[in-house]
Write a protein that binds this ligand. Structure first.
Ligand SMILES: Nc1ncnc2c1ncn2[C@@H]1O[C@H](COP(=O)(O)OP(=O)(O)O)[C@@H](O)[C@H]1O
Ligand SMILES: [Mg+2]
Length: 505
């Protein structure tokens, strides 16, 4: 019997783990042997036997029928899914053939690709996570399809080998130099849309600027067509640029979800996800079997936009609460816990009333006070408590829409946001929205008159202790935008203005 081991990787949640593919070949006593696969393979992994044997024959690498082969995927207690084990299996099949001259596969290289029937290497999901696991384990090289090469290279610290096909991979194993990597992907074409394209809405733009600086969640109330979606879509473009580590995390999650464009390296833009209100709980939060990242995790380091907020299933909205607070969620699976990152800004939009025209300058609202109350009550208090700014986005007058100038560009605003954010990080290590109560007391000190105004507003609007703190955080962000160490009465007054849902409709 001949035995070889080849390294591959599996994905669980958003993390990769090394899988050892053990291949044992025994000369059959009589006739053709069969391939047995063990180690919790799913259907796609089991089917790899057909792909692999056909690819080997088609590549002209071996022409004998099978001996008896056993494949074990270790660790045996984790479920292996998908076609990414094809390449490792093929290398194992070939390396166990007595007269094949394929040396034993290197113990410091990871093999990860699907095989087409003609032996071509096809890209797979989760290469960033697999490469990160390989690097953490001290491996030296990763072998992937050319379409995954730049994704693997983005992790750094590994030699990336990207042969076009199985025969090319065998040539490398026999000592030929690694084939050149495909040309780097062209820079992503579409630029972020600019906030200056939104005419008027100075109040809403100001609120977005504050939100971006402090990473505050936002809720916009306004009639249909007033520009809420347009505004939300432009928030990622004024957020600070992603750091390298953040970009890698974003790329990793998109890769696992199968949303990375072919040939792509690092995603450099902040995500913007806008799931429809019909989205399922697992679709929004993550989960399923096997567990996959939901919209919330796809929005990690970016923006999750929920349009028509009252239309989402209440239970779905409620399940957002904890992860919004923690910046991640955990899903329990067969005795262990998977952790999904979920540090995003929530931007929600809704009509001010069921018909949409409450407060409209020219159209009449037909809703009764009860209806309006019921509509707004669909957003639970605890969820609302996690939204620091709620503001009105009224319909704009035609003169405003036709204005030649749209105000400051996203590039200028992003610069201000970046400077304000840097101040926060130097002072307290986190954006203002994430300040804990103790740190808030230490770092957000209002002037005496500002404190009096805040106390008065708490009384008059009946604000909760939590809302009181939220106002302070927003006021802190307003002061940071102007590089002022102390929070002034104007800052508090402006922050109180972004609490429209705390006022009677
Ligand atoms: N303030 C604005 N400036 C420029 N165009 C606007 C503005 N508000 C609305 N529009 C136009 O109206 C369309 C609908 O706006 P949208 O953002 O979808 O509104 P809402 O989400 O509030 O229903 C936009 O695509 C844009 O063409
Ligand atoms: Mg809209």
């Amino acid at each position: 019997m001949r035995l070889v081991t080849v390294l591959a990787a599996g994905i669980e949640g958003v993390d990769g783990y090394l899988v050892t593919v053990e291949v044992a070949r025994a000369e059959p006593a009589s006739g053709e042997g069969r391939v047995t696969m063990v180690g919790l393979p799913d259907a796609a992994v089991r089917e790899s036997v057909q792909r692999v044997t056909t690819a080997i024959f088609a590549s002209g690498l071996h022409h004998r029928p099978h001996d008896a082969i056993t494949v074990n995927l270790a660790p045996a207690d984790r479920r292996k899914e998908g076609p990414a084990f094809d390449l490792a299996c093929a290398i194992g099949f070939l390396a166990t053939i007595a007269d094949n001259e394929l040396p034993p596969p290197p113990r410091d290289a990871l093999f990860l690709a699907e095989l087409a029937l003609d032996g071509t290497l096809r890209p797979v999901r989760g290469v960033v996570a697999a490469a990160a696991a390989a690097r953490a384990a001290g491996l030296r090289a990763i072998v992937v399809a050319p379409a995954n090469a730049h994704e693997a290279a983005a992790v750094g610290g590994l030699q990336v080998v990207a042969p076009a096909d199985l025969a090319g991979c065998c040539r490398w194993l026999r000592g030929a130099p690694a084939p050149p990597l495909p040309p780097p992907p062209p820079p992503l074409p579409e630029r972020e849309p600019c906030l200056s394209e939104v005419r008027g809405q100075e109040h809403a733009k100001r609120a977005l600027l504050i939100a971006a600086a402090g990473a505050h969640n936002v809720l916009m109330l306004g009639p249909p067509g007033s520009g809420k979606t347009m505004l939300a879509r432009r928030l990622p473009g004024i957020l600070p640029a992603l750091t390298d580590d953040e970009a890698l995390e974003v790329t990793r999650i998109h890769s696992i979800a199968g949303l990375l464009p072919a040939g792509c390296g690092l995603l450099r833009q902040r995500p913007f996800r806008a799931p429809h209100h019909g989205v399922s709980g697992p679709g929004l939060i993550g989960g399923g079997n096997p567990p996959r990242p939901g919209e919330l995790s796809l929005a990690h380091h970016g923006v999750l936009f929920l349009d028509e907020l009252p239309e989402y299933a209440r239970s779905t909205l409620e399940s957002l609460r904890q992860p919004l607070e923690d910046g991640h969620l955990t899903i329990a699976r067969a005795g262990h816990r998977l952790r999904f990152p979920a540090r995003c800004m929530l931007v929600a939009a809704m009509n001010p009333c069921p018909c949409g025209y409450l407060g409209h300058p020219t159209r009449r609202c037909t809703c009764g006070a009860d209806e309006i109350h019921r509509y707004r009550a669909r957003i639970s208090g605890p969820l609302l408590d996690r939204i620091d700014l709620h503001l009105e986005v009224p319909a704009q007058k035609p003169e405003a829409l036709q204005a030649a100038q749209g105000g400051e560009s996203s590039a200028v605003l992003r610069q201000r946001v970046q400077e304000a954010r840097a101040r926060m990080l130097r002072r307290q290590g986190v954006p203002n929205a994430l300040l804990e109560a103790g740190a808030l007391r230490r770092h957000a000190q209002p002037s005496a008159e500002a404190l009096r105004l805040l106390a008065q507003a708490v009384d008059e609007l009946g604000l909760s202790a939590r809302a009181h703190d939220r106002v302070l955080k927003v006021a802190r962000s307003i002061a940071d935008l102007d590089a002022r160490p102390t929070i002034s009465i104007d800052d508090v007054s402006e922050a109180i203005g972004y609490r429209v849902l705390d006022r009677p409709a």
